[in-house]
Structures are given as structure tokens and as C-alpha cells.
Design a protein around this ligand. Structure first.
Ligand SMILES: Nc1nc2c(ncn2[C@@H]2O[C@H](COP(=O)(O)OP(=O)(O)OP(=O)(O)O)[C@@H](O)[C@H]2O)c(=O)[nH]1
Ligand SMILES: [Mg+2]
Length: 330
């Protein structure tokens, strides 16, 4: 099993094993897709092309640490597999570079789901570069869809960049918030609320239930000030309360997600969002590749550093420096 001795899998054979439902084959494929090695990239691309094109429903989930994301995914995912749906759980987790993949420890909170034959729970990728993680997660989501998963849940901890990335690769974006003591909106950024298709107040059980109901009322009020996205039914984005412990409200949350996805499929915005996302992903990759190619050119790198110093010293304006840098072509 040493990397050097491994000739690499045959993409066609791996695709057949994945379609036969072999989990180990899927796990291996995810590792390939997440790999940055050029030979792995080539195999991963051939593998994705060897699988039949197929889309599922991608749901992004975000919320601050401790809000109840993992517990919700356990309850929600189990509900879905109970309906016979195949569910994949992925994570874009910028903290994983430090912690080594928090969703791993999380598997304890998703014990049932992790053992469910209809589910596939994948720990966070351990890449350092946030943009790179997002790009790989997008491909892993595609892989899971083509492998036959009906729903792909992509979890992220609420810390800015990663939320944007997850919203940009999912069909529905769900924001989880915890019951608050006061009537303040817990510092959830307006920009994140604007990205949400559904807001879920967690932990609406026991002693926390009254606080959850108040929080629900506060957010419902705040969301009424947002205009629905073009084509979305009135009242979108909606807010609901639920408990992942008692299960109350979980089925209703799923019904709300399904209804919104169905409405968007009906009016064409579902497909259009996917098209826009594919285009944006492609253009993002082009920019990334161009920058990587330019930086690998020693001459260009040296000239860029020299201009960078001159810009810093105030000898030349940034715009003029860029024009001079590219004066002889890219
Ligand atoms: N009472 C109650 N507690 C809950 C509920 N959901 C989660 N919790 C508790 O809240 C704490 C955090 O839950 P997690 O599911 O780990 O939260 P998380 O958002 O995944 O947290 P991070 O992975 O650290 O970002 C745990 O102690 C859970 O038991 C719920 O519906 N009701
Ligand atoms: Mg968690």
C-alpha cells in the first residue's frame, strides 16, 4: 500500500466498483479527488468522466460552533435514509488544517448515520489552502452524486469565506442558529442571512424551548425584510425551530427544503443556479491556474517581487506597476 509502489487504480474499474455500491471504492475515489498530485488528478478526472452524469440535491449547512450542526445532520440524515434516500455528508472546514479534521471526532455525534448503509460520512479534507478545499469538495460532491447519492450535505463552521464557498456549490443553503437569551440576533452577519434559503433555530426542546420560540420570532421578523430571490415563493427564506434530540420539527424542515427545491426545479432557477455555479467554478480555476503558472516562471516571479517592492516604497503606483509588469505580454 505504499504510494510509490501503487500503480494507481484503473478509473473504469473503480467506477464500476463505485456503481456497485462498494464503499471502500468510493472512499478511495474521494481520496483521489482530494489529492493534489498531478497523476492522481488525471485519474480523478478520468474517473469522474467514467461515471454517469447524475445530479442529486446539494444542501449546505452552516452555523457557529456548538449550534448543533452535527446533531442535526445525524437526525436529518437518518430521516432521509429512512425514506430510502442515499445521503453523503461532506465538510468544508477551515479549522481542519489546525485540528486535523473536526468532523472525524464528530463521527461520534453521527454514529448512527456513519453506520447506516445508505449514508456516507466523509471527514474534512486536510488541505491547507481554503480555496483548494472548496474546489475539491465541489468535485467530491459531484463524485457522490454520480455514485448514486440522492442528497449531499455539505457542512461548514460559520467563519466567513467557507460559507461563501459552500453557498456557491449547493442548491439550498441552510443557516442554523441557537436559541438566544436576549432579543439580539447573536451577531449573525447580514450577508450570511442573505445567503440563507432556510433558517433553522436548533435545540427547541426542554428548558430551551421558550428561548427558541423567541429567537424564531426575532429571525422571522428580520427575514421578512429580505426580498425573496427571483422565482422563490413568497415567505422565502423561512425560519423554523426544531429539536434534533426529540426530532420535533426535523421532518417539517425537510418538507420546507423539498418544497423550495421543487419550486425552483419547476421555474428553472434550480438549473440556472447550477449553471452559474459551474461557470464560476471554471473561471475560478482558470484564474488559479494562470496565477500558479505565472508564479512558477522564475523570471516573472522575480519581476513581480521587484515591482512589489517598488509599489511598497511608493516609487510606482500599483496600477502602473501591473501595466509595466505585463507590458511584454503575460
Ligand atoms: N437540547 C439540545 N441540545 C442539542 C441539540 N442539538 C445539539 N445539541 C447539543 O449542543 C452541543 C453541540 O452540538 P453539535 O451537534 O456538536 O454542534 P456543532 O454545530 O456540530 O458544533 P461544532 O462541530 O463544534 O461546530 C452538544 O452538546 C449537543 O448535544 C438539540 O436539538 N437539543
Ligand atoms: Mg460539528
Amino acid at each position: 500500500m505504499t504510494a510509490a509502489a501503487d500503480p494507481g487504480p484503473d478509473p473504469g474499474a473503480l467506477a464500476r466498483r463505485i456503481l456497485a455500491g462498494e464503499r471502500r471504492a468510493l472512499a478511495r475515489a474521494v481520496t483521489l479527488v482530494e489529492s493534489g498530485r498531478p497523476d492522481d488528478r488525471a485519474t480523478a478526472e478520468a474517473l469522474l468522466a467514467a461515471l454517469p452524469s447524475r445530479t442529486g440535491l446539494r444542501i449546505g449547512l452552516t452555523g457557529t460552533p456548538g449550534v448543533g450542526k452535527s446533531t442535526f445532520i445525524e437526525a436529518f440524515g437518518t430521516l432521509l435514509t429512512g425514506e430510502g434516500l442515499r445521503v453523503a455528508v461532506l465538510a468544508v472546514d477551515p479549522s481542519s488544517a489546525v485540528s486535523g479534521g473536526s468532523i472525524l471526532g464528530d463521527k461520534t455525534r453521527m454514529e448512527r448515520l456513519a453506520r447506516d448503509p445508505l449514508a456516507f460520512v466523509r471527514p474534512s479534507p486536510s488541505q491547507r489552502e481554503p480555496g483548494g478545499v472548496a474546489r475539491r469538495t465541489r468535485e467530491v460532491a459531484t463524485l457522490c452524486e454520480r455514485a448514486g447519492f440522492d442528497v449531499v450535505l455539505i457542512e461548514t463552521v460559520g467563519v466567513g469565506q467557507s460559507e461563501l464557498a459552500v453557498a456557491g456549490m449547493t442548491d439550498l443553503f441552510v443557516l442554523l442558529v441557537a436559541p438566544a437569551g436576549g432579543d439580539e440576533l447573536q451577531g449573525v452577519k447580514r450577508g450570511i442571512m442573505e445567503m440563507a434559503d432556510l433558517l433553522l433555530v436548533t435545540k427547541a426542546d426542554g428548558d430551551l424551548k421558550p428561548a427558541a420560540q423567541r429567537t424564531l420570532a426575532d429571525y422571522s421578523g428580520a427575514l421578512r425584510l429580505f426580498r425573496p430571490r427571483p422565482g422563490d415563493p413568497p415567505g422565502t427564506p423561512a425560519a423554523r425551530a426544531l429539536s434534533s434530540v426529540t426530532g420535533e420539527g426535523v421532518a417539517e424542515a425537510w418538507a420546507a427544503m423539498r418544497a423550495l427545491a421543487a419550486a425552483r426545479r419547476e421555474n428553472g432557477t434550480f438549473a440556472r443556479r447550477r449553471e452559474d455555479q459551474a461557470r464560476a467554478a471554471f473561471e475560478d480555476e482558470v484564474r488559479r491556474t494562470l496565477l500558479a503558472r505565472l508564479s512558477s516562471d522564475a523570471g516573472f516571479s522575480a519581476r513581480m517581487s521587484a515591482f512589489s517592492e517598488r509599489v511598497a516604497a511608493g516609487e510606482i503606483d500599483p496600477g502602473a506597476a501591473v501595466d509595466a509588469l505585463f507590458a511584454d505580454g503575460p
